[in-house]
Design a protein around this ligand. Structure first.
Ligand SMILES: [Ca+2]
Ligand SMILES: [Ca+2]
Length: 233
């Protein structure tokens, strides 16, 4: 989380939104869900041939230490959005169905879905991504507050074809904090005044990290409610 990069970044894109699974329900840094592949980051779903390689860890905070709050479940199946476009990262969203259920407690809570609410205001992104451009992923979960941009302002930066309505951009105008490499797939949590934070976006791609006037681009979860509803049962 934070800093710069040279190329359009993306990668993982695979995301978790399962009925009884999690992402970050509050600003507690320890309540995030971690998605990872053994020995590597998660590749774009079409290249994953063996889901038994994948696990989902909820309640993770420090990757280097067993803190006792982690809950690990195997992935049973992956639902990739059928219109996922790996060049433009359109529809960059997938669902991982896990085997079994997470136990909700102080560290693991279900995420609130957006139910039609668009991302707005200042939101929080969190992840284990790099803290500087071309840097490595980190062990301790970090978060950053980032204001949401209007889609049309974001198109001024990236172009009309690059930014669809079903994406949402967020970033600090002067730069300095942002999602970065290996944050792809991380949740963007927003809250309408006074209400609980909801799952507004999924970190998808960006140009560099934390550059001025260069927001990160997220898949906007509210635009996928129908698809999510049709896949989750
Ligand atoms: Ca840990
Ligand atoms: Ca949008």
């Amino acid at each position: 989380m934070i800093s710069e990069v040279s190329n359009k970044r993306s990668v993982a894109g695979a995301v978790y939104i399962i009925r009884q699974a999690t992402a970050m329900a509050s600003t507690r840094a320890s309540c995030l869900l971690l998605l990872f592949a053994v020995g590597a980051q998660v590749s774009p779903p079409p290249w994953i041939t063996n889901t038994s390689q994948l696990q989902v860890v909820a309640g993770e905070n420090d990757l280097s230490v067993v803190e006792g709050h982690e809950q690990t479940l195997l992935v049973e199946s992956i639902f990739i959005h059928p219109q996922f476009n790996e060049f433009y990262y359109y529809n960059d969203i997938a669902i991982l169905k896990v085997q079994g259920k997470f136990v909700f407690n102080e560290y693991v809570q279900p995420v609130q879905m957006p139910s039609g609410k668009e991302a707005a205001g200042t939101c929080v992104v969190s992840g284990w991504g790099a803290t500087e451009e071309n840097g490595d992923a980190i062990n301790l979960l970090k978060k950053a507050s980032v204001p949401v941009w209007l889609d049309e302002d974001c198109r001024q930066v990236y172009g009309n074809e690059e930014v669809l309505d079903s994406m949402v951009c967020a970033g600090v105008e002067e730069g300095g904090k942002d999602a970065c490499h290996k944050d792809s797939g991380s949740p963007l949590m927003c809250s309408a005044s006074g209400s609980h934070a909801f799952f507004a976006g999924v970190m998808s791609w960006g140009l560099g990290c934390a550059r001025p006037n260069t927001p990160s681009v997220y898949t906007e979860v509210s635009h996928f409610s129908d698809w999510l509803g049709s896949q989750i049962y």
